[in-house]
Write a protein that binds this ligand. Sequence first.
Ligand code: ZN
Length: 414
Amino acid sequence: MLRPTLLIAAVAVLSGACSESPSDERAMRLVDAMASDTHIGLVPGGSSDLGDSAGVPSVDGALPDAAAPPAPPPPPTLQQAIATITQKQLEADLGTIASDAYGGRNPGTPGGEKILDYVENIFKTAGLAPPTGQSSMRQKFTVGGTPTANIIGVMPGTDPLLKDEVVIVGGHHDHVGTSSDSGCGASASGNNICNGADDNGSGCTTIINVARALALLKGQNRRTLVFMTFGAEEKGLVGSRYYVEQAPLYPLSKTVYMINVDMVGYSQGGSVQALGGGRSQATSSIINQAAATYGVTPQITEKAGGGSDHYHFALAKVPYVFFFTGFHPCYHKTCDTVDRINFVDYTKIVKTVAHLAWEVTQRDQSPREDFASDYVMPAPSFKADAHAHVHDGIEWIDRSTQQWIRGPGSLYAP
Ligand SMILES: [Zn+2]
């Protein structure tokens, strides 16, 4: 039903004005209006400027919704998210955290605090959340009486069946500091900072860049994705052990996969070891698929491999894979600097880790379903670290008895 005011206007027009005067054009548009049935608020004898056609009433008199917001862009795809991982950004992040300003990132030192801020700020900027039940992304603990922390950023899962299952992408952010802090040998030039570009600047930078990229897919992840940089790894896997044994913020039984990245900056020809990856057919095929996508050659082994932060997760029977490009002469030396990192292959490895993390998060099948967890983890061998631990009186492994020796400052002092 057409509205009364319009009827009056129409009659006025039709009864004699549509042939000559300048209002003809107005008249014709009115006719159009009538045809499109939009109320323009015309009153007899009154003047109104029709202006643009937006105001033309529709047949049912409803005003067209001129301000309809444009349809939201489709959510980014995994490929689009991973494409945001660039060598340039990796060089920037690793160049920063392995710079002398970070002083070798020994816990409790200014550099050891800077790295906590650096990681936390990036997790926050990426839009990650603190762990469930916590207001902060810092899981605090002390080592040898020195306060430090694990940094944990989370993308809560969205799938009603899988959201309580957790995939952890982790690597340690600390290093051994200076030659006076620990056993890292000072260089001939007197530079005594062990910058730890590869150990584990490369792993820590992997975690923050994978987090940035996958955070673009927030809301699409079925399982919960947890990004974690561990503290005090160089002091005996203290941060990851604290998480597993003292304060797992997510049930370990619901933790379906732990991806550990430690020293991935010295790839030879695109190769990377994926230790433990061969314990699950499902995940090893994902590793192969992801690696093929980004031009990486994975050496997937069943060998468990100790000495890094997956160790205590593995002891707790959490399926894991440990990415590592091997020891080298600059391990725990002042020459472990950013200029020695193979960034071309390193970038491919970071993309591969992102792809793997996402695939395991999205698949129906949980890695727990086929992960061969019937293995005995070897006691970790802490050559250099044993020296460091004596220093800090924390704990170390007695290589002759393979027994833990707990110093007075140990978290686990009897
Ligand atoms: Zn390391």
